[in-house]
Design a protein around this ligand. Sequence first.
Ligand code: CTP
Length: 399
Amino acid sequence: MKKNILLCVTGGIACYKAASLTSKLIQSDYSVKVIMTESAMNFVSPLTFQALSRNEVYTDTFIENNPEVIAHIDLADWADLCLVAPATANMIGKLANGLADDMVSTTLLATTAPVWIAPAMNVHMYDHPAVQKNINTLYQFGHRFIEPGEGYLACGYVGKGRLEEPETIAELIHQHFSEPAQPLKGKNVLITAGPTKERIDPVRFLTNHSSGKMGYALAEEAAKMGGNVTLISGPSTLPSPLGVKVIFVESAAQMYDQVLHHFPKADIVIKSAAVADYRPKHVSQQKLKKKDGNLTLELERTKDILLELGKRKKQQFLVGFAAETENIEEHALSKLNRKNADMIIANDITAEGAGFAADTNIVTIFQKKHPPKTLPLLSKSETARKIMEEIIQNMVGES
Ligand code: CTP
């Protein structure tokens, strides 16, 4: 069955590339319908897209050529994928704020299909905090971005802001619709996620801000790639990822036991849980009653699970996480060596778009034999996919 691509063209000089993209998609047997904004029509005529897509081009929410349907709803329902290319700063701003004052923004508000956005603009506009904030918001809605490339910009600047090449965009669309590869088929993947809870007394405990989102996203991606995935999760309210065996634990000690139990059969182990480093030395069986003066809670170290796994490691590809607030590289490299891990995924939890509760993340991948690789701001699922791809590549490299 032909897939339906709704191409939304907004006003920038890169509109000419959207014409070439339309042609490529038609040649690859997609059905393409195009919506243009008024500004886009200053660059390329709707007739160009009509001829290339062999479909009516939509430019105005209130022009209803077919009385049997409402055009923007009909298009929103028709699409298997919506792509905004080029996406201007203005359209990104509208979409991030739920505005619907033209055919593109109105239709995209009405669709349940995946929305991809390929920005193109001047490098300073792209870097502006307002634009970055809007991009971040759209990531959180689950929209996917096709990052602009670096190079000569029509405004004369050289920098980030060029619309990605039509060939690359078309290739990403093919990948999206093709059967997912199953590079982890037959592999056992063990992932930990979430915080741990260390009891003080029957009503109180110590914990941290981890939401579990990164670990759950990793489990989901690893399962999509065909892995037999076991997720050992601290307390979390997230839904269990499809096709993943989830084991819930509470404390660092319980997590230690479960991880060690599953470790011997694992091929890949990813320790994304934020495990408590300390727990109360004495857990009171009765609720602690307040008294005058200060209370001193004596804490003792928990066992470092990753460190232990590093010692026992055989066939396992071992991945640790490092949530840092400063000197990221130094701390990550020290963890890589100290814990005998094959990879450390580090993030600066103080950075905008990174951190515990966010739906996005910015991580740097550290490995012993490779230079660090920093991924751009991505949704946690996309970050997870890229991390899994990196792991697979390096496992193959090692064997
Ligand atoms: N980790 C673990 N067991 C623990 C503590 C941490 O397995 N008891 C794992 C985490 O899952 C993560 C990595 O170790 O993969 C984080 O390293 P860690 O040194 O604990 O990080 P921090 O607690 O941030 O360390 P530091 O106090 O040195 O900053």
